[in-house]
Design a protein around this ligand. Structure first.
Ligand SMILES: [Zn+2]
Length: 74
């Protein structure tokens, strides 16, 4: 249990090769259980860890892409 607590402190919600890690047991989760837009630029993912039963949420902030103006007209 002590080792587990130390690992949690260093990896709260971190991604591992694009996968979400469970903050409780560090099990690698492939996809969220549910996702919802909570604002125009924010998505909330609800995760459920099938290994330990922990449910948690992560927020993803979307960055607005500016139009590509690098191609200049001749
Ligand atoms: Zn877990």
């Amino acid at each position: 249990m002590e080792g587990r607590a130390a690992a949690q402190a260093s990896v709260p919600g971190a991604n591992f090769f694009g996968h979400q890690l469970c903050p409780q047991c560090l099990y690698s989760l492939v996809a969220p259980d549910a996702s919802q837009h909570i604002s125009e630029h924010t998505i909330k993912h609800i995760w459920f860890c099938e290994a330990c039963g922990t449910e948690f949420a992560t927020l993803v902030k979307l960055r607005r892409r500016e139009p590509d103006r690098s191609v200049a007209a001749a």
